[in-house]
Write a protein that binds this ligand. Structure first.
Ligand SMILES: C[S@@+](CC[C@H](N)C(=O)[O-])C[C@H]1O[C@@H](n2cnc3c(N)ncnc32)[C@H](O)[C@@H]1O
Length: 180
């Protein structure tokens, strides 16, 4: 799938202009007080840019050139990498790796395990992987937990929303895994 970065970003700009809170993902990441964050599947960088504004050292990775072009235009000072998350090897680790916006649902079918292994490999010992994605769209929580477990991560918390509403089943989940 290819994206139009400017159109994608414009949707969030319209929501923000109408008063919606569009920084729930960043707030949950910030609750863990990270110094370094990898925004994995960063798209136009809307989460990374908010984190950078809040003094976090962020790096963004995405495969889509149009998304990254928008990110680079909006925040040229941030490091953006055009890479596949499946098999990612940046050669460093982060306090938090975040996947916001259904990232595992947009990786080519069959690459989900490699995607999770790729991002989990960038979580430092004691660090966290946070991911939010819709359910009932071909990738289950059991599969995701299994892929995290295979990558050495354990489930620490699960929420129904980025605002940390309690998880009681439903069609969207935000999962927080930790590397022991
Ligand atoms: C719906 S967008 C979310 C963008 C951003 N995280 C946000 O919340 O606004 C999903 C993004 O995941 C990226 N993506 C999906 N699979 C990927 C992969 N295997 N490697 C790199 N990026 C991937 C897509 O290119 C796309 O930019």
């Amino acid at each position: 799938m290819t994206w139009n970065g400017d159109e994608y970003q414009a949707r969030f700009d319209r929501l923000a202009a109408s008063g919606d809170d569009v920084h729930g993902e960043a707030e949950l990441v910030l609750s863990l007080a990270p110094g370094t964050v990898l925004d994995a599947g960063c798209g136009t960088g809307r989460v990374a840019i908010e984190l950078a504004r809040r003094e976090v050292a962020v790096t963004g990775v995405d495969i889509d050139e149009s998304m990254l072009a928008t990110a680079r235009r909006l925040a040229p000072e941030i490091t953006w990498h055009r890479r596949d998350l499946a098999g990612l090897a940046l050669g460093r680790s982060f306090d938090v790796v975040v996947m916001a916006g259904n990232v595992p649902l947009f990786t080519p079918p069959g690459t989900e395990a490699d995607l999770v292994a790729g991002v989990a490999g960038h979580v430092r010992p004691g660090g966290h992987l946070i991911a939010g994605f819709s359910l009932g769209r071909g990738y289950t929580l059991d599969e995701y937990d299994g892929h995290c477990r295979a990558a050495g991560l354990t489930l620490e918390a699960r929420y129904a929303t980025w605002a940390r509403d309690p998880w009681a089943g439903g069609d969207y989940a935000v999962s927080v895994h930790r590397r022991p």
